[in-house]
Design a protein around this ligand. Structure first.
Ligand code: BTN
Length: 246
């Protein structure tokens, strides 16, 4: 197993991704090093948002990778593989998990986990990756203005052992990272699309031109979302260029 070759747990950090970046700056930690924390003082989310997590309640993890086999233009493959691992973990507890593009994990219409992947690109290759995962496990009340948080405890009606959840996730990331190492991109793409939230059905969205009904067709290898409109034409979106109307 590559993932979990070294595990470092902290009671309190600024952010596990920041710890991962600092380790990468200072030395070359073993590939698969897992950093977990009980609490983050400055948990970071996508787009500069904060990640809320009450002390000791949730899974806060970053994994260090050296994905030299992935070209920078194909780095979305890492988003796919981490989201599939987290999706599979959540699916151990509920049949209603899906991946909301680009890499949120949903249960029905609520967000249970977020992923923050930070890559360092060295010329033509990805030098290193800090893959951060925040999974709501035992928190049941959320203060921040995220519209739709949910946790495993709320979904299942019971508390969960964080060490057990963490161990399961490490194994699943290892399994999906092996698919990346073997270059089986088609497997990753097929599975990602199979579990993609709202895929192939008409739903409401908003883009720069306003509200519209659209159908998600696919997510391209570079991570661009392709949505069919009622006119029959398709539109392509980068992250933050389209809102899902829930
Ligand atoms: C999102 O906005 O959806 C991404 C959230 C990612 C949160 C995780 S928690 C562990 C790691 N450390 C951080 O500061 N962020 C990520």
């Amino acid at each position: 197993m590559i993932i979990g070759s070294s595990v470092r747990h902290y009671e309190k950090v600024s952010s596990t991704n920041t710890v991962a970046s600092a380790l990468l700056r200072e030395a070359t930690p073993p590939e698969g090093t897992v950093i977990t924390a009980s609490f983050q003082e400055s948990g970071r989310g996508q787009g500069g948002n904060r990640w809320e997590s009450e002390p000791g309640s949730n899974l806060l993890m970053s994994v260090i990778l050296y994905p030299v086999m992935v070209k920078p233009a194909e780095q979305f493959v890492l988003s796919r593989m981490i989201s599939l691992a987290v999706h599979d973990l959540v699916s151990l507890f509920t049949p209603d998990a899906s991946i909301k593009w680009p890499n949120d994990i949903y249960v029905r219409d609520d967000k249970i986990a977020g992923i923050l992947i930070e890559n360092s690109i060295m010329g033509e290759i990805l030098g290193s990756t800090a893959a951060g995962i925040g999974l709501n496990v035992n928190q049941t009340v959320f203060k921040s203005n995220v519209p739709n948080p949910i946790s495993l405890a709320t979904v299942t009606g019971t508390c969960h052992d964080l060490a057990d959840i963490s161990g399961k996730l490490v194994k699943l990331i290892d399994r999906w990272y092996d698919v990346v190492i073997r270059g089986e991109t088609a497997t990753l793409e097929k599975e990602y699309h199979r579990v993609l939230y709202r895929s192939g059905k008409w739903h409401l969205y908003r883009d720069k031109d306003g509200r519209f009904e659209g159908m998600i067709e696919r997510v391209m290898p570079d991570g661009i979302l392709v949505v069919r409109k009622k006119t029959g034409k398709t539109a392509e979106y980068a992250f933050k260029e389209i809102d899902y109307i829930l």
